[in-house]
Write a protein that binds this ligand. Structure first.
Ligand SMILES: NC(=O)c1ccc[n+]([C@@H]2O[C@H](COP(=O)([O-])OP(=O)(O)OC[C@H]3O[C@@H](n4cnc5c(N)ncnc54)[C@H](OP(=O)(O)O)[C@@H]3O)[C@@H](O)[C@H]2O)c1
Length: 271
């Protein structure tokens, strides 16, 4: 039997997922989407050949519901859905910081819920999606979520208690690298390079370093040591990074992101 999957609240992340799934072989006829605005629904129909439906229709028809609205809109969406979702449907939440218990308490008893924290490289099929089971989600439910999010990058299963830490590392992670590129481009300008050239040099270095980290199997320390020759240029730069406490700053920054994720998950932004 064909499994129907609905993406509810198809914005940036929802669309990235939808297009990844279609490229990964899902038939558009098996994909339903919902949107708040009619013109957005039509845009998705034209672009992907998928069927726009209402949230209630999606709840009744689809075997798997993927909720990708903003956290502050999740309560309203669940109010619309809850009366229509049979307890055997898999509900996958892509919203940052909302615990599975929030969904379980609003849906029929026993509804399987899987929580996924992805990141913006989903837009280029290089996402890191962290997946956790709610109390009623089975191995098959987790595997199904992995299959869906695997269409836009890598997946990793973690216990839900580690989701706040993962949000700090990979959810916000791309922003730290963008910040580094911005700062290093400024450095290039200080050193007399035009901005566009400095940008290209740093971006290609970032892509090269990321590819080596992923593909070489080497530890990052080894990779760094390979470019750190005695009395050379790199060690002078590293000394300044250490003098300015960059390592300590990164540890503190990620701890702050983890704490904020915990705070948000405790419910201050979810209605
Ligand atoms: N962007 C990121 O960096 C990122 C990374 C990881 C996870 N996430 C998570 O992914 C989720 C989506 O983020 P996003 O950046 O994709 O947001 P987004 O672009 O605003 O997408 C959400 C979409 O949901 C629609 N919507 C809101 N309420 C709805 C309802 N009741 N029924 C149907 N559609 C509804 C919105 O419509 P309108 O267009 O009318 O507002 C919007 O198109 C969030 O929960 C976020 O936590 C985001």
């Amino acid at each position: 039997m064909t499994q129907k999957v609905a993406v509810l609240g198809t914005g940036k992340i929802g669309e990235a997922l939808l297009s990844g799934m279609i490229r990964g072989g899902w038939a558009p006829a098996d994909l339903l989407v919902t949107a708040r605005r009619a013109e957005r629904a039509e845009e998705l129909r034209t672009r992907y050949g998928v069927t726009p439906v209402t949230n209630a229709e999606a709840a009744k028809t689809a075997d798997t519901l993927i909720l990708t609205v903003k956290p502050q809109d999740m309560g309203t969406l669940l109010d619309e859905l809850a009366p229509h979702v049979p307890a055997d449907r898999l509900v996958i939440s892509g919203a940052a910081g909302i615990p599975t218990s929030f969904f379980e308490s609003r849906l029929a008893a026993g509804t399987p819920v899987v929580r996924v924290m992805t990141n913006t490289p989903a837009l280029v099929d290089e996402a890191m999606s962290v997946i956790s089971a709610g109390s009623h989600a089975s191995e098959a439910d987790l595997a199904h979520a992995e299959e869906i999010f695997g269409a836009v990058g890598k997946t990793l299963r973690v216990p839900e208690g580690q989701q706040d830490a993962c949000t700090a590392l990979s959810g916000s992670g791309p922003a730290y690298f963008f910040y580094l590129v911005e700062a290093m481009t400024d450095a290039g300008i200080l050193l007399g390079l035009p901005r566009d050239k400095a940008h290209d040099l740093i971006v290609q270095s970032a892509i090269g370093a990321a590819t080596m980290l992923r593909d070489s199997g080497e530890h990052p320390v080894k990779l760094r040591e390979n470019v750190t020759s005695p009395a050379g240029t790199t060690i002078n730069a590293i000394r300044e990074l250490e003098n300015h406490g960059v390592r300590a700053a990164l540890i503190a920054a990620l701890e702050a992101a983890r704490d904020r994720s915990r705070e948000l998950a405790s419910g201050s932004n979810i209605k």
